[in-house]
Design a protein around this ligand. Sequence first.
Ligand code: FAD
Length: 370
Amino acid sequence: NKFIVIGAGILGASTAYHLAKLGASVTVIDRKDQGQATDAAAGIICPWLSQRRNKAWYTLAKNGAAYYESLIEALEADGEKDTGYRKVGAISLHTETAKLEAMEERATNRRMDAPEIGEVYRLNEDDTNQLFPPLDEAYASVYVSGAARVNGRAVRDALINGAKKHGATFIEDSASLLNQGTNIEGVKVGEQVIHADRVIVTAGAWASDLLSPIGIDLQVKGQKAQIAHLQLEGVERAHMPVVMPPTNQYILTFDDGEVVVGATYEDGKEGDLNVTAGGLHEILHKALQVAPGLKSATYKEARVGFRPVTPNFMPIIGEVPNMTGLFLANGLGSSGLTVGPYLGGQLAKLALGQQVEIDLDLYRVDLALT
Ligand code: FAD
């Protein structure tokens, strides 16, 4: 059987890697759109403190975080050592004791079925500040040792390289779908026709454009996100924890002192790649309020990406109804670096007709079809 994967952000790259490792013949086609979510993403792997109550979402995020360790080992065994992945822990900040207690309780309860969360404990203001000196001294925190950060670009490239090592072919171009009635025959890339038994669409915010010519109306949108990269000089501690302020913002630091702060959540801005004054102001204002020590950091760059979102912000995965041979997954929203590698593994199994671990009924594709 021949497989084609369209779209190689983190989700498609993982799907291709797992398919190739399972012995399938795979061609991956990706046109590297500007605004690829994976390319712009921050890199926080810490789903356990989220207040989002949706169990179906949490299951994927929890499994995704747990899966990283074995994935990184597998990639390293394939010679792919540069993934930017490190378990640096996270500090979730607050100034109110009651809020900190509630956070600690939530994390401790979740540890019962998520041991990968590691140690959970409260830190006073001084200890919190020691872990991330640019912080305002007013914040205490809950520390979670199992949280990690990852470089989205690096892990995506490691997955693609790993897939190639296991025999996958990579084409950088734009693909369109080729069907005969309800049967998927393959894809068209320029003038070239590539036949396949199964086509897997992991095209992120662009999936609707790809599917509409064959009469499928997928309700996926690209939620614009702007994010800024700063450079902190003289960083003594290379492995600073991920910082999660009480807002919807975050601060994470890579080993060389590169600090990522973000991000905006902008609906109705599909395809708009502009870095705006308002966007940068929002991100920097919120970050500097929490961490005034970042005022002296130098500004490196801003990135723009489109989070792929479904109408109810739930991931979807499955075979497209009323079609044969067409599979997709999408809707990873703001947690796709966490969920993507795991869900890609599940999608590979599904397309191969193997047993999956997740309850597919919770993530049905038709929930995002009209
Ligand atoms: P994408 O990465 O967007 O990839 C889709 C790919 O499909 C693109 O390369 C595109 O060119 C290709 N494509 C589309 N159509 C075609 C076609 N017809 N032919 C060929 N190729 C095609 N998640 C976390 O877990 N933690 C974080 O800290 C985090 N931070 C984020 C910060 C920002 C600023 C953003 C934008 C996102 C963040 N996310 C984070 C979310 C995460 O990045 C996304 O959910 C995830 O990357 C989505 O991956 P994807 O593979 O579905 O889509």
